[in-house]
Design a binder for this molecule. Structure first.
Ligand code: SF4
Ligand code: SF4
Ligand code: FES
Length: 224
């Protein structure tokens, strides 16, 4: 089937989302929670808005299946306004220290900030006051709640690895964090040491292996 994106006609396969079709064709749409293998999109980051002709308002492209003849715009002023607002909300709970961050230049947030032409540091955004530690010891890895954007990718890949996930979301609202179902200090070593799927997929460096401990500690001192 054919769709048109920003004036370009694309041949795309049936059953995929508009986001996937665009990414496959080199058209970047900001996204944090999209994972191709997921049956149902998590759709939590609210970054992937597009405008489809015939629809009254922009919609999230990860939840929108392609339809033959669809005409899509990825860069209207309203789309950009919504994306910047969503990004601002994410960054308000995610104070960034790019120089000491373990993911460094591979950071997805950095890529999105550059794409949207907005700042990355915590200064332009109000920091949400949340009752949570800067760093949690997860056995062979550390988890930094302030870096976590709650995309759930780690939970999904853990489920794929183990049949059922060792990880889950705990607490509620702005204080939601990733946690282990069981005590990670006793349970991660055996299953996790040869896996590392969650630390590999995390887009923000919220989950890192302990061999980056020194970098983490330096960062922690700055966010405290
Ligand atoms: S390392 Fe693998 S098994 Fe351990 S929590 Fe992460 S994804 Fe799950
Ligand atoms: S730890 Fe990383 S992968 Fe997991 S929800 Fe947070 S940001 Fe997403
Ligand atoms: S990628 Fe669509 S809402 Fe996150």
């Amino acid at each position: 089937m054919k769709i048109t994106v920003d004036g370009k006609v694309l041949e795309v396969e049936e059953g995929i989302s508009v986001l996937e079709a665009c990414l496959q064709n080199g058209i970047f749409i900001p996204n944090l929670c999209f994972l191709k293998e997921r049956e149902r999109p998590h759709a939590s980051c609210r970054l992937c808005f597009v405008q489809v002709e015939g629809m009254p308002t922009p919609t999230t492209s990860c939840t929108l299946p392609v339809k033959d003849g669809m005409v899509i715009h990825t860069n209207t002023p309203e789309v950009r306004r919504l994306q910047k607002t969503a990004f601002k909300l994410i960054m308000s709970g995610h104070p960034c220290h790019a120089k000491t961050c373990p993911v460094g230049k591979n950071c997805t947030l950095m890529k999105i900030a550059k794409f949207l032409g907005v700042g990355l540091g915590p200064k332009p955004y109000e920091r949400l006051d949340r009752e949570m530690p800067d760093l949690i010891d997860f056995g062979f890895m550390y988890y930094s709640p302030y870096r976590c954007v709650l995309c759930a990718k780690c939970i999904h890949v853990c489920k794929t690895q183990n049949g059922k996930p060792l990880l889950t979301f705990a607490r509620r609202g702005f204080e939601t964090i990733v946690a282990f179902f069981q005590d990670p200090l006793e349970n991660t070593e055996e299953k996790c040491i040869n896996c590392r799927a969650c630390t590999n997929i995390c887009p923000t460096g919220a989950l890192v292996l302990k061999d980056t401990e020194n970098v983490e500690r330096e960062d922690e001192a700055q966010t405290a």
